[in-house]
Design a protein around this ligand. Structure first.
Ligand SMILES: [Mg+2]
Length: 190
């Protein structure tokens, strides 16, 4: 059986700079006597920061206008050069339909209306030869079903030190290593 050469691309922390977008809005809403807060928002973040972040994320417009994240775009470029069919694979938040529509608008604006996209509650269900994703939780879930799948992981503070034999962490300096692995994956048939 010939496997289709599909490369799946996450959005937040891969193609979109979610943390930078959130930081910018939090700064706009910050009063001059409050401390600066840098995302990611963890469970121990102050309550008012969590609530402001929720309000920000309820704006479709905010999702649509997130800045690009260069590491993901480097990998996307390689995928296109190698002739992969690229597919956006992003999680739609359970309780936030504005994110679903804002994400689609971001894709239209940055990648064009013809870009393939899967918005899902469970990334582990979706086939690809390659997954490009920064979040270790989704990566492990996806690899659980794919003993030979390849993951390219854009580096972040959150995934620092992560290692797995099927995962290459890309930090902006090892694009050749990424390209070689993606080339090899393309030749693989089951
Ligand atoms: Mg992500």
């Amino acid at each position: 059986m010939k496997l289709e050469n599909i490369a799946l691309f996450d959005m937040d922390g891969t193609l979109c700079d979610y943390d930078a977008g959130l930081f910018e809005k939090l700064e706009e809403l910050r009063s001059s006597d409050e401390p600066t807060f840098h995302p990611p928002i963890r469970s121990n973040a102050p309550e008012y920061i969590k609530k402001r972040s929720d309000l920000i994320r309820r704006s479709e417009d905010w999702w649509e206008n997130l800045p690009r994240f260069q590491l993901g775009w480097d990998i996307l470029e390689v995928a296109k050069e190698l002739g992969y069919r690229t597919m956006i694979l992003t999680q739609g938040p359970r309780k936030n339909p504005y994110a679903w529509s804002g994400k689609k608008k971001w894709i239209d604006r940055n990648l064009g209306e013809d870009q393939d996209v899967t918005m899902t509650r469970d990334k582990g269900l979706i086939y690809g030869k390659i997954l490009v994703d920064d979040f270790t939780g989704y990566v492990e879930r996806w690899l659980g079903w794919r003993k030979r799948g390849l993951v390219i992981m854009p580096a972040s503070k959150e995934n620092e030190g992560y290692s797995h034999e099927q995962v290459i962490r890309y930090n902006g300096e090892n694009l050749e290593e990424v390209r070689e692995a993606m080339e090899k994956a393309k030749l693989r048939e089951e």
